[in-house]
Design a binder for this molecule. Structure first.
Ligand code: SF4
Length: 322
């Protein structure tokens, strides 16, 4: 088969929100057609809920739904075993077992490419699994090295762009003249997936609120928070939620904070408690929102509006007392 005839499917979920530019650039540079599943929708969620074990967290169910939506239209699926991520933190074990969970739950799957990746390692060391896959599929070592290096460059540029330009770089439009800023913290696959987050990000922007997220915190600031906190958690995404929350309570102080957590997520229970305690000690208005497959836009909107009303009331009290 000609390489350009081979279609590699990538589910638009979980670590895709952090590393899509690397994966897509890599396979496209090698000459493959890359097909990404569509943004989450009700059919994807229904398929995920139907096909996944009951006690899985909602993001794992959603991931299965994305795989189901792709599996009949691609030659192989890219589902890496993510063993670690940036700053050398491990990730939730479900990322490691993802290819096995998918194989155990869904039938009629094409070949699954599942290299073990350590995204945080310097240079190309942690991407050895990706290199091996490239060599196996193309047999061309130099081309694979070149593709890997271009892919790393694309990832680096993407991360810097979001840190520099904020949510606009991710396709969101901040309000023109916001009176308040809210930190929205949580995992990227919950915050930026319209269905998983119940649409909270656009809801806040509709209300005229400037929104900041963990992805906008510069890497040196994240490192400072990591060092400042007495103990860190094991997991990369959980640490990012915590450190960004601490950052927005400190240096880049905001008017309020919303932590969006996924139903059924063990690590998030700890992050939520820590953020709640820290924000209470810091007198930072804080709200926690747990999303699941039944989260309705309207119910969430009511809570978000009430939180924003409270922030505006507090802001008016502050300006009256000056
Ligand atoms: S970190 Fe939580 S939400 Fe993410 S995969 Fe693990 S259990 Fe699920």
């Amino acid at each position: 088969m000609d390489l350009s005839d081979m279609v590699i499917g990538i589910p638009r979920y979980l670590a895709y929100f952090s590393f899509s530019s690397l994966w897509e650039t890599y396979f496209r540079d090698l000459g493959f057609e890359v097909r990404v599943s569509p943004p989450s929708n009700a059919d994807i969620l229904d398929a995920g809920v139907r096909e996944t074990v009951n006690d899985a967290c909602i993001p794992i169910k959603m991931f299965h739904g994305h795989v189901a939506s792709l599996k009949d239209s691609v030659d192989c699926l890219f589902i890496p075993r993510l063993a670690g991520a940036k700053m050398n933190y491990t990730v939730c074990p479900k990322f490691l077992g993802l290819p096995d969970m998918v194989r155990g739950s869904l039938t009629g799957l094409p070949r699954i490419i599942s290299p073990r990746l350590l995204m945080g390692r310097d240079g190309l060391k942690g991407l050895r699994g990706l290199y091996d896959v490239g060599v196996e599929l193309t047999g061309r070592r130099w081309r694979v090295m070149r593709a890997l290096s271009r892919a790393k460059g694309a990832l680096h540029r993407g991360v810097s762009l979001v840190q520099r330009e904020g949510l606009e770089a991710l396709g969101y439009r901040q309000p023109e003249d916001p009176d308040l800023t809210v930190a929205l913290v949580g995992y990227p696959y919950v915050l930026y997936d319209g269905l998983s987050s119940g649409g909270i990000l656009p809801q806040l922007q509709e209300l005229g609120i400037r929104v900041v997220t963990p992805e906008m915190v510069p890497t040196p600031a994240m490192r400072r928070e990591a060092k400042a906190y007495p103990e860190n958690l094991f997991w990369y995404y959980s640490n990012r939620s915590l450190w960004s929350g601490m950052h927005y309570m400190g240096a880049d102080r905001v008017d309020g904070m919303i932590h969006v957590t996924a139903f059924g997520c063990g690590p998030d229970a700890m992050v939520n408690k820590l953020l709640e305690l820290e924000s209470s000690a810091d007198s930072m208005p804080f709200m926690s929102v747990t999303v699941d497959e039944h989260t309705a836009d309207i119910g969430l909107r009511t809570r978000v509006e009430a939180f924003v009303d409270m922030l505006r009331w507090q802001a008016s009290k502050r300006s009256e007392s000056r």
